[in-house]
Design a protein. Sequence first.
Length: 153
Amino acid sequence: MFAHATLVAIELFAASVWVGGLFCLAIVARCAREQLDTPSRVAFFRSLGRQYLRVGLGALAIAYGAGAPLIGTGHWSAVKSALAITAAALVAVTCIGVVQARALSRLRLAALAGDPRLGDDYIARRARRASALRGLIALLTIGLVVLAAMSAS
């Protein structure tokens, strides 16, 4: 009983850090767009991304580590299968998002340095893809939370 309660507490804490971080990043991104010029914003998000990567992915890894034994108990169900698939998809999309964010940051730095090959339209298209990935990460996160709640009941 104590071990189960401990796993649930760890899972809830880690999931709270992950979900809260996603909401916080969205708010910070909006404020940064409103308040910072482009060079400052690029530098800010390079730093923030490096710092948050450790916290966010660390929280996700801890949540998965605590959640795996929790869904492993009892009989296997379609909800548990959906939970495992959604969790794997979230990791994959998040990794793609990290790679994409780093690439976009390098492109923005090159554009600021005056690289003539990088027009505003190209950067804007890449930024829209980044937004789509962030949206997919948010949807997968919501799905994961809902499926975890269904699995626990």
